[in-house]
Structures are given as C-alpha cells and as structure tokens.
Design a protein around this ligand. Structure first.
Ligand code: NAD
Length: 309
C-alpha cells in the first residue's frame, strides 16, 4: 500500500506518525510547499523505525511524480485558521489550492482513493470532485468522523464507560450546522436516556452535548493554535478501513445524489468504507427534526459552495 500525504503541517505530520508506527504501509510519500521542513520531519521519522510495530515503510519527500500510483492520497494542504476565523472563512483560499492539487493527484494517481481533510472540508471536497474525474466512491472527506469521536468521548465521560461502547454520529456539515441524530445513538444497545435511567445516571443534556461537540475544535484551537491528534487518528481509522477492506460504517463526507432528500452536496452520512472507498451509503429513517437538521446543514454547505465557484 502506497500512501501520499499532501500537506505536511500539523495534521499531515501526525497522520504520518500513525502510519509509521502502526500501519501496514509499504511507502509513504510526503508532499508540501515547504520541502525543507518536510525533509526534517521525514529524517526524524526515519529514526523511529527501530522501535515501531509497523512495517518499515519507504519514506519519500517528493513531488507529485514521486506519488505516482498511490493507493491512497490524503490532502491536508491549505491555509489554516487564524484566530477569530471560522472554517467558512477559508473557502476561497483553499478552493484555489485544492484545484491545483487535485489536478496533480489525478494526473499521477488516477486510481487512488482520495481523502480530503482541508477545511471547510465539505466544500473543498465538492470542489475537488467538480475539478476532477474521481468518482464520489474514491474521493470523499474525513467528514464528521472526528466530530463523532468527540461525541462518543463526551457521552462516555457522562456514563463512565469506554467510548467504544457508545454508538452515535454527528452528521451533516463538519462545522456549525453538524447535528446529532439522537434517535440512532445508543449506549450498549440502549438509547441514551434509557441507559441513564436504568443505571442511576442523570439524563444527558442533549443541547449542551451538541453545542460542545460543535465548539470543542475551537476550544482546542484557542489553546494550541491547531487541532491535529484527533483528526489524525480519524484519518488513520479510515486508512485502516480501506487497507483491510473492513467495510466499516463510518460517517464520511460523500457527494449526495438524491439521497436523504439532498442533491449535489458533500456532507457526512454513515457510509460503508472498504477497499474501494465508499462502498455504500447507509440509509436511516431519521425523525422529522433530524431530517430538517440535515436539510439545514445541506443548505448551509450550498451557500458556502456558492463562494467557492
Ligand atoms: P498547517 O498550516 O500546519 O499545514 C498546512 C500545510 O499545507 C503547510 O505545511 C503548508 O506548507 C502546506 N501547503 C499549503 N499550500 C500547499 C500547496 N498548494 N501544496 C502543498 N502544500 C501546501 O495546517 P494543519 O493544522 O495541518 O491543518 C491542515 C488543514 O486541515 C487545514 O485546512 C485545517 O483547517 C484542516 N483540518 C481539518 C480537520 C477536519 O476534521 N476536517 C481537522 C483539523 C484540521
């Protein structure tokens, strides 16, 4: 498996760390405008391989020609938020950057699965799809996988059990209009209220949890100037699902084409992820309010897409 990371800033470097430590990857190609810094990162990573659990991957600091024939390309390149900006403020700058990058990725790795991370990720993924011939199955975003992990962590802290025993998603936009479909969330198979009632735990404040999931990224950003650990773990989870052909259900940002009453918008819904990328979109019967939240999210993403044209 050959994986290329385009954009070796805080997020790309952390993803590389996961791959070097834990993945069955034979080659990692690192591409960034700032080549010298990436040479430093890769040299540094090369000193970890005596101690890691993974294969000893070939690591290349390169350009797009070196990435030729990649199985997976992860795109994290772009302008980062500055203090006081929201993800939406990045639309124009990162739309220009993604058009340049996706042309090179398509030229050298037309058969790759492309995972977009650059924010605002739903819009940037849409731009990448419209500027290339990649099918939606092989070009999608990390979507709300990170938001969903944040959600599971918060519920886990409330009920006092492992986040892996919590099931639930944040769906829609990776941003201000993302929503939690509570009707399909559960703790060990019980809906969250029932679990709390049966186990003597105070009911969870759903509005507060939704707000916390949406805002926690900014909380981190305000303290350290970026967020990288959670998103890198989420992207690594996606790479593993592809590499091992897991067919795991994960909320990723996929182009909806008349699904859930939404057309021509990239947003997160539960998808089956395996060797071919997004193998299938899973259908749920959401409640009326959840369906309305999904449409509000789609409308907001559409308004941002208009800025990217
Ligand atoms: P960063 O500024 O540390 O890194 C960005 C890197 O992109 C830099 O190294 C820069 O040199 C490089 N770059 C810029 N333009 C380039 C180009 N045209 N070609 C090649 N390289 C280029 O930022 P970061 O913290 O790593 O974040 C990267 C992106 O990921 C941002 O857009 C951020 O908002 C986004 N992000 C998304 C999520 C998510 O859940 N989707 C989470 C965290 C961060």
């Amino acid at each position: 498996m050959k994986v290329t990371i385009v954009g070796m800033g805080a997020v790309g470097t952390e993803i590389t760390g996961f791959l070097v430590n834990m993945a069955e990857v034979s080659e990692i190609v690192a591409i960034d405008r700032n080549r010298e810094r990436v040479e430093g990162e890769i040299l540094d990573f090369s000193h970890t391989t005596s101690f890691t659990y993974a294969k000893n991957p070939r690591m290349v600091v390169g350009d797009y020609a070196d990435s030729a024939g990649s199985d997976i390309v992860v795109i994290t390149a772009g302008a980062q938020l500055t203090q006081g900006q929201t993800r939406d403020d990045l639309v124009r700058a990162n739309s220009v950057i993604i058009r340049e990058i996706i042309a090179e990725v398509e030229r050298y790795s037309p058969g790759a699965i492309v995972i977009v991370v650059t924010n605002p990720v739903d819009v940037i993924t849409w731009v990448a799809l419209k500027s290339s011939s990649f099918p939606r199955e092989r070009l999608f975003s990390s979507g709300t996988l990170l938001d969903s992990a944040r959600f599971m962590r918060i519920v886990s802290d409330h009920v006092g059990i492992d986040p892996k025993n919590i099931f639930g998603y944040m769906l829609g936009e990776h941003g201000s209009t993302g929503f939690i479909p509570w009707s399909i969330c559960n703790v060990c198979g019980l809906d969250i209220d029932t679990y709390c009632r049966l186990n003597g735990i105070p009911l969870i404040d759903k509005a507060a949890v939704s707000a916390e999931v949406r805002n926690v990224g900014y909380e981190i950003f305000n303290r350290k100037g970026n967020t990288n650990h959670g998103i890198a773990a989420a992207v690594f989870r996606l790479i593993r699902a592809i590499e091992a052909d897991e067919r795991s259900v994960l909320p990723v940002g996929v182009l909806l084409q008349d699904q859930y009453g939404v057309d021509d918008v990239v947003m997160s819904v539960p998808c089956v992820v395996g060797r071919n990328g997004v193998e299938r979109i899973v259908n749920y019967a959401f409640g009326f309010d959840e369906q309305a939240a999904l449409h509000r999210s789609a409308d907001h993403i559409k308004s941002l897409i208009a800025l990217a044209q």
